[in-house]
Structures are given as structure tokens and as C-alpha cells.
Design a protein. Structure first.
Length: 474
């Protein structure tokens, strides 16, 4: 009978959420390549450091203060307090992205680990997990958000969504469902719920609301997982329904579901193109300019008074939210390509202190900003498919012209990784002065051996405890 109604259970088997759930739960630690485990530990090291450092940011402090004062087993990173899992996911998620120092992904067009790990750590603090289970969940979540991005981006990014959370929520939900041991049907339900919780718009870049996107994403991912576990319902067809996620977020004709599964795990996205590690506490779209200015400044021993004009060119997608020639707040300065170029020239570094206490108002920096001009680059400068590049041209007062072109910032892909010493220096800089000095080296060593942990709560014990308590927990 051509008009016979297809039973609901049969339809649900064909949904994208169900297909995703099957792939997510099929992940096995023992089958992951060595490179995936290596890069997962890089992501863990980087995100743990960013959560601890971000705990001191104003945005995290306000979210902590106004969040209901719960108590529970889950650590607030960088704070001497344990709370309920959902509160921990939200606060630690905000902290992970507060400084805009957390890792990036070329595929996602956003910050993959911040969308996954805060919820995972909250769940692990509550229920326990081995290092192998945790890493497998992390890799599965990372793969979910990145392979979905092959279907969805860069349309979402260009349209104005913040993919870190509008797509990243599915990575966080996938990872939490995996670690919680949910079956396929309940994982599909959780993903359907996450489709209604996805959010984040780029108009709020440069404000405290951007890291709040990640806090809300982390909490929602864990909330969807717990609700699904308890029998809450959602549509398994929440993606492909005519009023579902795909059509609402991207619009008909602006997505391609056929791109999701052919490359699933081949390679794992955490391996290639891999995790992009940020060296500077500012928007990643500004980093190639920072690298180029630092190179020129060092190579030619430049001083600000030697510079008559400094020009930068970045991709239009990048310049759209970083063209801020006159920043008006500390957070605004993090997204100003002109400001970070000025800092790189004036101070030969870009550090968190440059985004505190209205440092952008320093007279010497204000003087430099008047000499800095930014524009979009053309296909005559870089290939059309390269949106991570930058060109810098510096005209000196003596008439000399210096130039530098970079195809991508340093550390942007696994093919161009940051040296281990720089990774360790970044981690030490993030945690020093926040956790006990005696615990920094043991914490670093524990993360390096993360897969051998029988209970990952050793990590939060080292972050939270005095040396004696942390050693006993380890």
C-alpha cells in the first residue's frame, strides 16, 4: 500500500541522530591509533590549563557568583569549591573559553575541546572513569562535532552562528553519552535534545557572552545526556525534519549530510588536521598577524618609533569580527587585530596582561593604533580556500618596506605542531599562581600518562588539593 504509514520505530532507525549514535558508541579505545591518543592528551593539557587560568576571569567569576550555590562532587577548576555536575559544567565551560586561549579546529571553525571536556570532567567527578574511557569519549565527541561540520560549515560561521557551540554541543553530548554508557536509542534522544539547545551568535564576540556560550553548551550537553538516561524524550528526527536543525540553522540546500560518514575515523579529526593550539590570549583569527609582526620585529630589531605605517591583510571571514581599530574594553581588545599587532610590535609578545585594566588605553599603544591599517586579502595574495593566512607590510620612517606572509599561524595543524617545550610553558603559565606550586609538575606528569589512570579524579585532586592531599589521592 503506497500510502501506508511507516511505523515510528522504523523511521527512527533511519534518522541522522541514530546513525550518529551508532558511530559514537562504536568507538573503542583499543582501536584508536597512537596519534589519536597523543593528540587527545595535548588537548587535555591545553584545556585543563585554560580552565584553570580562565577561572580568574571576570566572566567566570560572575557566572560562579550568580549560579545557584549547589554542593556536590565536581570541582570548579582553579577554585576551592565542589558543586553539582551541571553547575560545574557551566562554570568550567565558561572558564575554558574565557581567555580565548583554548584550542581550535580548522574543520569545526571553532574551539572543539572547550565544547567537550568541561561536561566530561563534571561527569567523571560524579561517577568516576578510567583514563582510557575518558579519552575514547573525548575522541568520539571531537569526531562528532568535526564531521558534522563537514556537513554544515562554513555556512553557519558565515551566517553568524558560533560553531564552537552551535555545532560543538553535539560533540559535548556525544562524549557525555559515551562516558555515561547510554545505549544507541538514548544517545539519539540526547542528540535530538541538543538540537533544541544549540545556540551562540557571533554578534556577541568581544563580550563576556562569548565564553558564556561555551558554559551553556557544556551544561546543555550534560543535561541532555542525564535527561535521556532518565527517560526524557526528544525527536530522533530532530536534524532532518523540515523544521529541524539542518533547515533552521543552515537552510535548505546549505548542508550536505553525505559528507559526514565517509571520513568518520579515517582519519580521526583530532589527528588530521588536528588540534590548533593557541599561543596568545586573543581571538585565533588574529594569530597569523601576531606571528608575522613578531617575526618582523625580531628579525629587524624594530621599535615603535621606527614605524610609519603597519598594514595587515586577513581573510574576510576573519576580519569581519576582528576589525576593531579603536577597542573600547578589555574583551573588545582581544578581538582587535589592530591592537594585537600594536602589542606584538611594541612589546614583542602578546600576553594576558595586555587585556586587563584597560591596557589598550596606554598612550604609546594608542599612538601605534593610528598607524595600523587592516584589510581583507585577495586571491592574488593567498588561494581562495585558505582562510587562515595573513600578510603584514611595515613601512619604516626611513622609507624601507618590510613584508611577511604566513599561510597559517604556528601550531595550527598537526603537521605544524608547537614544540613540546612551548606547550609546557603555556601550561605552566596558565596554572602558576592558581594551583599549589608543588602540584604543577605532578599534574603535568599525570596528564602525560592520562591513559594509564584507573580513575581520572586524580587529576581534579591534584588541581584542588594541597600537596599532601593530592599525593594521597594519586
Amino acid at each position: 500500500m503506497p500510502n501506508a504509514r511507516v511505523p515510528r520505530v522504523e523511521r527512527s532507525r533511519m534518522t541522522l541522530a541514530t546513525d550518529l549514535a551508532k558511530r559514537i558508541l562504536a568507538t573503542r579505545y583499543a582501536e584508536l591509533p597512537h596519534e589519536a591518543i597523543h593528540w587527545a592528551k595535548i588537548g587535555l593539557l591545553d584545556t585543563i590549563g585554560c580552565m584553570i587560568a580562565g577561572s580568574r576571569d571576570k566572566s567566570t567569576q560572575i557566572v560562579t557568583r550568580v549560579t545557584t550555590g549547589s554542593s556536590g562532587p565536581c570541582l570548579l577548576f582553579g577554585q576551592d569549591r565542589r558543586v553539582a555536575a551541571l553547575d560545574a559544567a557551566q562554570i568550567n565551560g565558561t572558564a575554558a573559553h574565557a581567555l580565548d586561549l583554548d584550542d581550535c579546529s580548522n574543520t569545526l571553525g571553532g574551539h572543539p575541546s572547550a565544547a567537550v571536556l568541561p561536561a566530561l570532567f563534571a561527569l567523571a567527578d560524579e561517577t568516576g572513569a578510567s583514563g582510557e574511557q575518558f579519552i575514547a569519549a573525548y575522541v568520539a565527541g571531537f569526531e562528532t562535532e568535526c564531521k558534522l561540520s563537514l556537513c554544515l560549515n562554513f555556512h553557519q560561521y558565515t551566517k553568524g552562528w558560533h560553531p564552537t557551540t552551535s555545532i560543538g554541543i553535539f560533540g559535548g553530548t556525544a562524549a557525555a553519552c559515551y562516558l555515561a554508557g547510554l545505549p544507541v536509542d538514548k544517545t539519539a534522544i540526547a542528540l535530538g535534545m541538543a538540537a533544541s539547545m544549540a545556540a551562540g551568535i557571533k554578534s556577541n564576540f568581544g563580550t563576556d557572552t562569548k565564553p558564556l556560550h561555551v558554559g551553556n553548551c557544556s551544561r546543555s550537553a550534560l543535561f541532555a545526556t542525564v535527561l535521556a538516561r532518565e527517560g526524557f524524550t526528544a525527536s530522533p528526527g530532530a536534524f532532518e525534519h523540515k523544521q529541524g536543525y539542518l533547515n533552521v540553522f543552515n537552510g535548505e540546500g546549505n548542508y550536505d549530510v553525505t559528507k559526514i560518514f565517509p571520513k568518520w575515523g579515517a582519519p580521526w579529526d583530532i589527528v588530521k588536521p588536528g588540534i590548533a593550539i593557541k599561543q596568545y590570549t586573543c581571538c585565533g583569527s588574529t594569530h597569523p598577524v601576531v606571528d608575522a609582526v613578531l617575526d618582523l620585529t625580531t628579525e629587524h630589531n624594530l621599535r615603535p618609533e621606527m614605524v610609519a605605517r603597519l598594514e595587515t591583510w586577513t581573510h574576510p571571514r576573519r576580519l569581519e569580527h576582528t576589525n576593531r581599530p579603536d577597542p573600547k574594553s578589555d574583551v573588545d581588545a582581544r578581538f582587535s587585530v589592530q591592537y594585537v599587532a600594536a602589542r606584538a610590535l611594541a612589546d614583542r609578545c602578546v600576553i594576558d596582561a595586555h587585556f586587563e585594566n584597560s591596557a589598550y588605553n596606554e598612550p604609546r599603544i594608542q599612538s601605534l593604533l593610528k598607524r595600523i591599517h587592516s584589510d581583507i586579502y585577495t586571491t592574488a595574495q593567498f588561494p581562495a580556500d585558505n582562510h587562515f593566512a595573513a600578510e603584514v607590510c611595515i613601512t619604516l620612517t626611513d622609507g624601507r618596506v618590510l613584508g611577511k606572509k604566513l599561510d597559517q599561524p604556528y601550531g595550527r595543524t598537526s603537521d605544524n605542531p608547537l614544540p613540546g617545550r612551548r606547550m609546557k610553558a603555556k601550561f605552566d603559565g596558565c596554572v602558576r599562581g592558581i594551583i599549589h606550586d608543588a602540584n604543577i609538575a605532578p599534574l603535568y606528569a599525570t596528564i602525560q600518562a592520562f591513559e594509564r589512570l584507573t580513575d581520572v579524579r586524580v587529576v581534579t585532586a591534584l588541581i584542588a588539593g594541597s600537596p599532601v592531599r593530592a599525593a594521597a589521592a594519586a
